[in-house]
Design a protein around this ligand. Sequence first.
Ligand SMILES: [Zn+2]
Ligand SMILES: [Zn+2]
Length: 279
Amino acid sequence: MEIEVLKDKLVDVKANIEKKESFLEALASFKELLLHEYEKSPLLIQELMFTIILRVGIILQSRYTSDVCLEAGLEIFRNAWNVVSEKEKPDLYIWIKKLDGILNYNPKTFDSASSNYLFDGHLTVDPEPPCPGWMVVRDVFDHTCNYRVRRFHQFVDVVQADSQAIDYGRPPASRVVVTTLPVISLTEEHLSRLGCGSECAVCREELIIEDMMQELPCRHLFHPACLQPWLELHNSCPMCRYELPTDDIRYECQKEKDKETREECKRRDNALISEYMYV
Ligand SMILES: [Zn+2]
Ligand SMILES: [Zn+2]
């Protein structure tokens, strides 16, 4: 295939994987291109293909959760494994393990003996016992993907520049609280509440219907993969500083004392004001 034709096809694939209605079809044509064109293509085209592969992972992580979509995505990663160079394999491995883990998880039929192999003839993993439900949900949103980690660190740098003083000495959010935060699928109602062009404040991805998001009590929404690493370091909402409980008893006691002191001050101020008014 001529380079220009191939490039046009890849540009189409790149656009079509972003839309739910054309996602599966785009993956099918991408699979063909991957199998027949990747190895003989120049580096620039290979890089474009690899960008698409990683993008498929990101899209599956934040948008599509049906088995059909996950299987189609996994198929892309498995096929890519056979054609990419060694240095690209670690990135693929992360996604293959992640997607394979989600698809193979079935509490009733889980068979650890048959899950030793990610796929025939390639990597093997140790058999693992079935995970509790919340761990599986957490794993779906695992933040090991380099792209998200990079975005997350950029975000932390920016926010930390103006929040260091506020966060100093604050422990991270309580693990139990973090793992029980609700995960919701975005609806039109959410999007109209958030306004058009809304994005996840951490990764700057524009939010679309059916994105899987985690909601803090302040009602700010983030991709679970973006929020989790933040809450491993902080106990507050990245946007409005709403504080979540922590596992640090001393910190919680101090917080309670500070609150009482503030309320006491307020009571005294109010008493003074009413005294003044009656004089
Ligand atoms: Zn995000
Ligand atoms: Zn908030």
